[in-house]
Design a protein. Structure first.
Lengths: 246, 246, 246, 246, 246, 246
């Protein structure tokens, strides 16, 4: 069961509303790197968890936090849409800046929501829940979570660089910090379960003698005859689970 | 900002796990009539609300409750998947009942989640957030919410009739009761704003003299020549906003 | 079986073609608030109707009318695309207005249709038939239809305000008038079946004594401890079906 | 503008309702080879047509006919759902046939429509309007239409072979005949425009001297060294537009 | 099994990067008329082919070539994104051209890929594999392939006309030439199987006496009473399979 | 540019065709954990790569290998569909086993492909290219790849356990071995770039002093008052990048 205190996790303010930036922020709400995705992903992992309670508790706690991030971003979108141009009348179109802004907007911000956020990405593609990964395998899920927070932080940094609004930079610096922690947190959970190399290969429940082992630690080159193979750490040295040489 | 007490809103128990009913329950999680939809819909309406705080508060409160309904249903799916057949081995296929159950399952319950719920409908179609209606017009949104709770309650009743598991019937009787209240609640909000007829036509902000008024209260029959028109309340009597006769 | 007279239901003309407005109009064709949706929704409700013929007839009649609305809007899109810029050549890009227009267009209007309409919304997201609600429960479906016409009319009004083309305003004033009537019409059907309060809770076929009745008329507050509940019509007075007090 | 006579184009009857066949029929309604697709495709081609009126008229006429095919199939689905098992109660599951039927159904036929058709395919995937091809190039569109009627007729024949219900066979024999004619019809339109070889390459408006002509009539083999090329009509003889040798 | 030589099939160069044209090019990658679609379509047709090896070989060969086309276009997108504006800072927005360019871009080119291509169309709609047609009927599939190459060539020609960059024109002239050949090639396969009229109606395996033959060669007019029918090649003369008169 | 030798990477054989297992295998083709996804993901990462050539080469080489895995699985699906029941005729429905098999199949294997594979998952949901992650940040992409191979290997192991066909077990033991190696390979690439802790936080290009650092290494508990926090490695000890204490 869930509760709210009707407050934002961190204050959201916008000095100069920018409807085009409102569109960009949508990627952090409904994009594949966004907050709806991590929120649902952590909830479904928690609700399906069958192992020790501490992992479930951690997932539940962070899922609930992510819901607050969607809330912050939805608020930021609405604030950036203040004073958005609402028409394509001739005088607006003749105004290079005004027309330009209208063209760069997500028109559904005008037509469908009356200047509020949508559960969509920056191109207006609705969030699709197939991006929620909850496999029932803890190690696989923790890797999926690190990945989600990595692509999420890459996105947040790009949004930070895209704006010069001090309020928006502040909000993003908070979200970026949380992404830093969340990357740590899911990696820490892997540590807690014995460390990455002990988890490998994921899932580690399958007896490796049943694999076609000739191919388990061999890099396969698919270049046409005569082309030198790609060389790197993956073709020389000990494997990362310590069980073989490449 | 959001919080959890790690408890279910209402106890969920399953006496005889039934993996086919687990599939059916998915419709109430990720179907267009389901709980993810109302949860996100009420949240986005709340986060975009610009009117009196009481409506926003009510939306926020109920959105948060709906999150707990997804949790209950996800728990119910997992419980129904206990002891599901995990293979298509010959002996299972030769067993009419066993094979039948496997065939009726959502295979992703085995292959993708390891016996847990998914944000999908009963056919495995992922929830798509385009079903979140938050128009910025309060009356339109309240109607959308009554609709969502109506289709939701129709679904919950059909699920109730589909199962004979006492635990599942109990859980559904609770969810059905909440749907009853939520229908009431959104209708009460319309009352609170002055009643439905005062809201009509939605949106009531557009000056009706700008409409092509000859066609505003006229039923149009598209039957080929010679066929009698469809007759009913819509073709006789006072209009429902009291402004005209049909 | 269906027939056409090869005419538009209402004349469509555009004085100054505007390719950006063509994009906006797409929301009324293929958006979730648009005409393809209501057209298919009323058809599928009609084709699945098992009750009195008059409801089926009415649904069939209006579904057929809506097909003519898609036709009007598709015509309007094509007319607005006349003289659209077809290139991103340097001289166009250097022209603030020309470049701006190209940027604001749906590029598929150039690349995929050769200046004609698409069954997509204003962001180029294809119409998805999961938005067709036809539940087999008449009251639920009528509410869904009022909702559809409410979001549809909100959209049409916003489009009306977005343009200053007299032809487009005229066409939209017609479509707005039809939305007014269609809201009336589905509400009238509910009247015809005995009125809304008699229909509540939807579906009214389920014996309410089987609900978990303690929770059927109670507003649940999910605010953290110490926060005052949201107060309004939904927490005081008689319920809207007259069966209880909140 | 469109009209209806409230009749089916061809009578639809079902001797022995079969809910699993109802699911199969959905492919012909909302599948990519189905009737919603051709209906919308021909309408959008007609509404966007800028050439001679006779092509537009033909498209409009057939689009309107296809609407009647959706109606026939939706009726057939509803008839096949009569007496469908509505529960997963233990006694049904213990009955190999009853349980089997439930497992093979589209559960939304029970849960979402109350035993009526949906705009979805046989797996419950909603129709997606991205399958509507209307390019503005008449030859390309006619080829797309022949393709649609070819995949449609392949589907209808497979459905015919799947059932032994005389009513269903009759209905399908009618739809198959119409697919035969529609294949003819779009090919005849190409004839009417001067024949296929005159249309090639599609579009024939682009000056072929601007192509990289060394590669316009050459089959490219991508087999690794030493493998013999695929040989056939495409690597020898005159090209099909008569302009070159392969 | 597949191999690469790490080279492009044809050189790709861009003289003046244009991020808006990068967006347009996406239609040729992930649009329904694009290269991912034909690549997967030919592969799935090949992998499912049960007839003579020569058709499978040809399909495999061309599918593999198409993969190289995606590669060329992805390279072209990346080159056009060089020097794209990465911010919506005030000074960019005040610059009509700079702001205009940003507004015309696919923002995911900045936010999600760091200036590289995506498997999406020009509006940012992800490629959806439902567009892969592989019916198991050779004639139907060959028609589908001609259609795909026709819509593909229409698109490539429109892109050619949209740009004035010599490098881009060169690349497109190559792709256009390949589309010319691929149209030929699939038509040649039909010749190879005995010619189109021998394939009609598709599928030709169904005994036509089982069709409702009264309707197999008759154009049906759905105009309301009194309107003259659409006249053309489809209503007079011999049918195209030579089996009947219209 | 790409080439083929017309051979499978590893032999595929099926002793007892099982159409229900054919459906299960579809998850490994077109599911979010499947081979189309990794194939396109590695290709788009390679085509957009701007760093050292060795990473691009490795990505290209493995992407090309994955194409061969789709081929193997498509072959396996076709072999499992041999002798599938093609009808719902009464005698099949009365046969518990036969009827059961039909009910458990993907009907499009009969209706749409004529017993061949589709680019869809086990529920018939088409592959959607939004699952292709190619962010332009090498560390984020490598994590995404480890994740993809982890969920892929979890799936392959579950498929292995689901079947008792020796041919299918053999094929899967090969694919499982390749997943083992691919997990290693992407982790090795991270090693090659300096190791995971050096990459953290991803992206490591953003100056951490611009983050809201109070929140960068702090686990946030969202339990309601009085509930003990979730304790684990994430709330005590050194952070995993060695820069702070939790
Ligand atoms: Ca977050
Ligand atoms: Ca609920
Ligand atoms: Ca309308
Ligand atoms: Ca038809
Ligand atoms: Ca090509
Ligand atoms: Ca693989």
């Amino acid at each position: 069961m869930y509760y709210t205190d009707k407050k934002l996790q961190f204050p959201v303010r916008v000095e100069k509303p920018n409807p085009v930036f409102a569109r960009a922020l949508q990627q952090a709400i409904g994009g594949v790197e966004g907050e709806i995705r991590v929120c649902l992903q952590y909830f479904f992992q928690a609700w399906g968890a069958r192992g020790p309670a501490k992992y479930r508790d951690m997932l539940l706690s962070t899922a609930t936090e992510e819901l607050g991030h969607i809330e912050m971003l939805a608020t930021a979108v609405a604030l950036n849409l203040e004073n958005a141009p609402l028409s394509v009348q001739e005088d607006v179109s003749n105004d290079a800046i005004g027309g330009s802004v209208l063209n760069g907007m997500n028109m559904r911000h005008i037509l469908s929501t009356g200047l509020a956020a949508l559960p969509e990405n920056c191109n207006g593609v609705p969030f699709n829940a197939s991006h929620v990964y909850a496999s029932g395998n803890m190690a696989a899920d923790m890797m999926a979570n690190v990945t989600a927070e990595s692509s999420g932080r890459v996105l947040a940094v790009r949004l930070y660089n895209m704006t010069d609004d001090p309020g928006m930079k502040e909000m993003l610096s908070f979200l970026i910090a949380r992404d830093t922690m969340h990357q740590q947190q899911w990696l820490a959970a892997i540590e807690d379960m014995g460390g990455l190399s002990a988890s490998l290969p994921i899932p580690n429940s399958f007896p490796q003698e049943k694999e076609y082992q000739d191919m388990s630690y061999t890099f396969i080159n698919t270049f046409v005859e005569g082309l030198a193979p790609a060389e790197g750490r993956w073709s020389e040295g000990k494997s990362l689970d310590g069980k073989a040489d490449f």
